[in-house]
Design a protein around this ligand. Structure first.
Ligand code: AMP
Length: 176
């Protein structure tokens, strides 16, 4: 199977080519059509199997294919992940695969000043990658609204449960 056979947009195919990816990994082959069809999915794969691209690629394509009716840049996809390192890595993936698209992403995590993160959010974001505590904090301060959310990913959901993040995730979902 090739990426082209997954019916990906030309700008995404070109970005994958730039990354040196020649063919989808098994989880990508299975997950991409399901996400493109707008269905819910739970994926399970080890680190290093291309899990991030399995959700990032079809999310970028779905956002590209439909535009918000009000013409504004607003948070349309949210990825919650347990650690700052993972959050940064995920944003890098979105940037790499979306390098020929106009979707804008931002990453927020705790342990640092919120100032630059808030400024970034104010500038307009389509895709937000966040750790649970800082996400809830910025929602409660009114800097983030999830009312316009279309796509939601819980990355490493099992690890987040182990780390006790479920309460923050649940509280955040009450605001969507
Ligand atoms: P992940 O499992 O998401 O942490 O990805 C592991 C590594 O595989 C990352 O460095 C990706 O850049 C790389 N990768 C993801 N998809 C592919 C692919 N289809 N072909 C080659 N490398 C890939």
């Amino acid at each position: 199977m090739t990426f082209k056979e997954l019916n990906l947009l030309e700008p995404i195919l070109n970005a994958l080519d730039t990354q040196g990816y020649t063919q989808p990994t098994p989880i990508q082959e299975q997950a991409i059509p399901i996400v493109l069809a707008g269905k819910d999915i739970m994926g399970c794969a080890q680190t290093g199997t291309g899990k991030t691209a399995a959700f990032a690629i079809p999310i970028l394509q779905r956002l590209e294919n439909t535009k918000p009716t009000n013409g504004r840049r607003q948070i349309r996809a949210l990825i919650i992940t347990p650690t700052r390192e993972l959050a940064i890595q995920i944003q890098e993936s979105f940037k790499d695969y979306g390098q020929n698209l106009r979707q804008q992403s931002a990453v927020i995590f705790g342990g640092v000043s919120q100032h630059s993160q808030v400024n970034r959010l104010k500038a307009g974001v389509d895709i937000l990658i966040a750790t649970p505590g800082r996400l809830l904090d910025l929602i409660q301060q009114g800097f983030i609204s999830l009312k316009t959310l279309e796509i939601f990913v819980l990355d490493e959901a099992d690890r987040m449960l182990d780390m006790g993040f479920i309460h923050d995730v649940k509280k955040s979902s009450n605001h969507s």
